[in-house]
Design a binder for this molecule. Structure first.
Ligand SMILES: [Fe+2]
Length: 243
């Protein structure tokens, strides 16, 4: 577990990042991870001298199993309220079938099969979304989290900007597993073209915000020249005609 100020990063089973923010009053989890990752999360919380039952909020960046799969388990051990964009909430709650994601090309078909196996093996239960939200809302969590809807990776992919600290939680709208901020692979995206346009629009919107740290859904946390690196990503997207 690595610490960045009050933010702890826990790497889950599928390289998915789970973020824990301990503000003293609130114990907030962003993306609790795969269905069995809640055990790792609970362990790490205990190592901080806190109890998993103190988790106050769960914020989901999107519905994919490696990000939302432990939500029901966390709700089972705490009174955590759960937040998710309204377009992904039905998939978290299990009231709608998962849309045709992972469909692009050979790799997409392979990943679709892989995802199917993961979901079958995990058989994770649906979870309640207490607060579905929309683009532009400022959530009353950690003193104010501003929502940026960035559809494409999934219909309801959302990023959260922690206004007091200049920390962006981007989920898989922007990932960093190749050590530069970029889009998630085409095979993992519901609409890859839209993902590119959304990411560029997100970075446009962030240009005038204080962004010092970027916590992505996969890969290391970006702590150096965070905004400059996002702007370079936007330029690359535009140069390649993806935005
Ligand atoms: Fe994802």
């Amino acid at each position: 577990m690595r610490r960045y100020d009050d933010i702890y990063k826990i790497v889950g089973t599928l390289t998915n990042n789970i973020f824990l923010v301990d503000s003293g009053d609130e114990l907030v989890v962003i993306d609790p991870g795969m269905p069995f990752d809640h055990r790792i999360l609970a362990d790490r919380i205990r190592s901080l001298g806190r109890s998993p039952c103190e988790i106050s909020e769960v914020l989901l960046t999107h519905f994919h199993v490696d990000h939302s799969g432990s939500t029901a388990a966390v709700q089972g051990i705490s009174r955590a309220k759960t937040w998710c964009h309204s377009a992904d909430a039905p998939y978290v709650e299990g009231t709608e079938d998962i849309p045709s994601v992972y469909k692009a090309g050979i790799s997409g078909n392979f990943l679709f099969l892989f995802q199917g196996i993961v979901e079958d093996v995990c058989d994770y239960p649906p979870a309640r979304v207490h607060y579905p939200f929309e683009d532009g809302e400022i959530l009353p969590v950690l003193g104010g989290l501003k929502v940026f809807h960035a559809p494409g990776h999934t219909p309801g992919s959302a990023c959260y900007l922690w206004l007091d600290r200049g920390v962006l939680f981007s989920g898989d709208a922007v990932v960093n597993q190749y050590l530069f901020p970029t889009l998630s692979e085409v095979g993992y995206c519901w609409d890859f073209g839209l993902a590119g346009r959304s990411a560029a629009g997100l970075i446009d919107a962030l240009e005038h915000e204080d962004v010092r740290i970027v916590c992505t859904g996969h890969g290391p946390v970006i702590t150096e020249r965070a905004k400059e690196r996002l702007l370079k990503m936007r330029d690359r997207l535009r140069k390649r005609g993806r935005a």
